[in-house]
Structures are given as structure tokens and as C-alpha cells.
Design a binder for this molecule. Sequence first.
Ligand code: FEO
Length: 172
Amino acid sequence: MALTNEVTSVLNEQINKEMYSAYLYLTFADYYEDRGLKGFANWYEIQAKEEMDHALAIRRYLLDNDFKPTMEAIAKPDKVFENDLAPLEAGLAHEEYVTSLIHHCYEVAHEAHDVRTMKFLDWFVSEQGEEETNARDMITNMKLFGCDPKGLYDLDREYQARTYVQSASLNL
Ligand code: FEO
């Protein structure tokens, strides 16, 4: 069964949004790199890789369903960060926005009675929940411990330990 134009359109747009997310998180990593917080930079570099994986998974899904996606221009991230908390707060706001986009994709698939796409999007719905939790935890940790140099050092060490693992559930 072919995907509807509405479904392919929102999924194609979502590829672009995921690539933008990767770009955005690279600017977070750049901010922390400049601050000497290599653990935070590492965390966001890995986050950027995950976002590119999301884009690739959606691209692959469209190709496997006989639709040729179009790669549109990626917007330039333009945020300037005033302090170490600011990227974390921008990260949570961004993930909440992405959640709303994923839910919209799901609604469009639901309206089209497109069970296959709904099933495909299930993973993204769960992933967004996890990403919002992570983003909230990072804000909490920064507020609790970030004002103390030793606390900030320990947090940075913790984020340095994150390693990139490609999700086995994603067909890339
Ligand atoms: Fe792929 Fe964090 O949204």
C-alpha cells in the first residue's frame, strides 16, 4: 500500500527537522568546547549523531516505501548562549517542539489509516519521551551542582562517559 502524499510530506519535513536538531546540538557542543567543558561537548556531539540517525531512519523508511525524499536546505542555528544553563534550557524547549512534530506525524498517519507508518513512528514517540527526561535531568543537575566548581567538574566527567551507540531498533 502506497503512503499518502500527506504522510510522505510530513515525514520528508521531519528529515529536515532532525538534521536541524543535529546542527543545533553541534552549536551546543561548540559552546561547551569553548568553555572547556569537554564532557558536555561530548554529550551534545553524541546527541547530534543520534539526530542524524533519526533523519536517516526516516529517509530509509520513505525509500523502502517507494518514495524518493527531497533534501531541503537546513536552517542556520542562531542562538547565542549567556551561561552554561542556557543551552540545556534551549535543549529541553527544542525536544518538546520535536515531540510535537513527531506527534503531528503520527496524527497524519492515523488520519490516513496508515498503520505501518504509525508502527514506524512508535519508536520515535518513545524516544522523545526519553529525550525530554534527559534534557530535564541535565537542567536539574546543572541547577543543583553547576554553581560549584567541583560539582561542575563532576558533572562534566559524567557526561564525558557517554558513548555513541547506534540504536539497534533503527533501520538505517
Ligand atoms: Fe530526533 Fe531529539 O529528536
